[in-house]
Ligand binder design. Structure first.
Ligand SMILES: CC(C)(COP(=O)(O)OP(=O)(O)OC[C@H]1O[C@@H](n2cnc3c(N)ncnc32)[C@H](O)[C@@H]1OP(=O)(O)O)[C@@H](O)C(=O)NCCC(=O)NCCS
Length: 168
């Protein structure tokens, strides 16, 4: 991987064909193969991100988050890991998992300790406070299930419908 000049990358494992852009902070995390980490992304220690993911600009991913393969995280998504944060003292970390093929819409906040199901889609600007089932579309504050989306073609992780596609 070509090392981005203005990124801070320490103790991170980055898989083959993954791309990390400039102004990124990666510490002690694991990134799979063929995954894109855009500029201004901050990923903390112990985070695991799978293969073929896209993490768009200005995303925050703290310790305790696991993102499986083929996941799309839109710009300005914030993950969290402490339900009752304070500046000092003890705290309890809650872990979050985003299952394979899920997508999280722009500007969403993922509260601590939730699981976002396989192929689920979170609408833009949502706050996810509870687990989201597989294939569900969930939107709003708090995010509620409003529909479902078709399962992707397992062979390539993309939707198998006849929609016109452009690459991102
Ligand atoms: C949730 C989403 C998938 C719905 O798309 P859709 O199925 O085409 O639905 P529509 O746009 O027709 O909207 C249907 C209804 O949901 C509402 N709605 C759409 N998106 C919403 C959202 N993010 N939050 C709350 N309500 C939403 C619409 O206002 C509409 O309400 P109405 O029936 O009262 O008029 C889509 O709006 C969305 O948020 N996608 C994520 C976009 C994104 O972040 N992309 C990142 C790439 S840069």
């Amino acid at each position: 991987m070509k090392r981005p000049k203005y990124s801070v990358i320490k103790k991170a494992t980055i898989g083959r064909d993954s791309r990390v852009y400039d102004q990124v902070n990666l510490y002690g995390c694991k990134i799979g193969k063929n995954t894109k980490i855009d500029s201004y992304v901050y990923i903390e220690e112990g985070v695991s991100i799978g293969d073929n993911c896209k993490i768009r600009p200005f995303v925050f991913i703290p310790t305790g988050v696991v993102i499986e393969d083929n996941v799309f995280i839109a710009p300005n998504v914030t993950f969290t890991n402490d339900k009752h944060p304070r500046a000092h003292g003890e705290w309890t970390r809650l872990n979050t998992r985003v299952k394979k093929n899920a997508s999280i819409g722009a500007g969403s906040t993922i509260n601590p300790g939730v699981q976002i199901g396989e192929n689920a889609l979170i609408g833009a600007g949502s706050v996810v406070t509870k687990n989201v089932p597989d294939n569900a579309i969930a939107v709003g504050i708090p995010a509620r299930v409003v529909g479902s989306r078709p399962a992707p073609d397992e062979q390539n992780g993309h939707l198998s419908s006849s929609r016109v596609r452009t690459s991102r």
